[in-house]
Design a protein around this ligand. Structure first.
Ligand code: GLN
Length: 279
């Protein structure tokens, strides 16, 4: 049997030769999960041979990756804001760009110790709400999603990340079953125009849930609904922070004006694209 170190080298080579840009990182994450070991185990015992079962699991993971299934889907977990999040087929894989939303919301809140009421629409894995509750020790939250599977996953992630005592989750189409007031409304809604979905990267198109991507004919439908509900749901002086597509800042500014909401900040992601807008 191969040793752990040999298996890692071999997997890295296989993925590199298949053209995966993130071969080294992918190989490492897949190996650790297939073997059920920690990064420390790998460093301290690189010469331990794989068991037959570990070897079979690793082969299966390798084949899935070669078929372009995202690593996060294979290992069933993704890190966001330094916290681990379990995934299900009904949740979008958390994106690093979405941390822009967390940073923006935190920067605009006058007092992080305040007893804030937060709602997250389209909570998915719960990553936005859980990260915010992690940073705001006296806040409570409500995570809303149309998908039962997402709500179940978000709840598990809230408990797993030790904020389960400060949040609830509800099945609702946007704010249909929700009443305010809230001090902070956040959302990373589906914002891809329906017609653009076939052109998305295969790993997104084939593996992220369509419900979490498809924002209707022009990609703006969820924002019309959310901004339309803001007046009913926001407490006085409350904040609304949403993620947006790279080319949607102008459209969102017009929508905000239509609903009498003042733009407080448009924040860019690591690639320099406008990624989130606060009102
Ligand atoms: N940012 C995601 C992507 O690039 C889209 C997520 C969304 O629609 N909210 O695929």
């Amino acid at each position: 049997m191969k040793t752990r170190a040999e298996a890692l080298r071999e997997l890295r080579r296989t993925l590199t030769e298949a053209g995966f840009e993130t071969a080294a990182l992918d190989a490492r994450l897949l190996l650790l999960e297939a073997l059920g070991i920690s990064a420390t185990d790998l460093i301290t015992s690189p010469d331990t041979p794989l068991t037959a079962e570990q070897s079979d699991t690793l082969a299966a993971f390798t084949n899935r990756r070669l078929a372009h299934e995202p690593v996060a889907r294979i290992v069933g977990e993704r890190e966001f804001w330094g916290l681990p999040f379990r995934l299900s087929p009904e949740t979008l894989v958390p994106r690093p760009d979405t941390e822009t939303l967390i940073e923006t919301a935190l920067a605009l809140l006058p007092d992080r110790q305040a007893p804030l009421r937060i709602v997250d629409f389209g909570t998915g894995s719960g990553c936005i709400l859980v990260a915010l509750l992690h940073e705001l020790p006296n806040a409570i939250g409500l995570g809303v999603d149309l998908s039962f599977g997402a709500v179940v996953t978000a709840r598990a992630n809230a408990v797993g990340n030790r904020v389960g005592n400060r949040c609830h989750f509800a099945l609702s189409r946007w704010a249909d079953a929700v009443s305010g007031p809230f001090d902070l409304i956040v959302s990373n809604p589906p914002y891809i125009a329906s017609g653009v979905i076939p052109t998305l990267d295969e790993e997104v198109r084939e593996h992220d849930p369509r419900l979490a991507l498809d924002g209707g004919p022009d990609g703006l439908e969820p924002y019309r609904i959310l901004l339309g509900e803001a007046e009913r749901l926001l407490a006085a002086g409350g904040l609304l922070v949403v993620e947006i597509g790279y080319d949607q800042a102008e459209a969102l500014s017009s929508l905000a004006a239509l609903h009498g909401l003042e733009i407080l900040k448009i924040a860019s992601d690591l690639s320099g694209n406008p990624r989130c807008i606060a009102m």
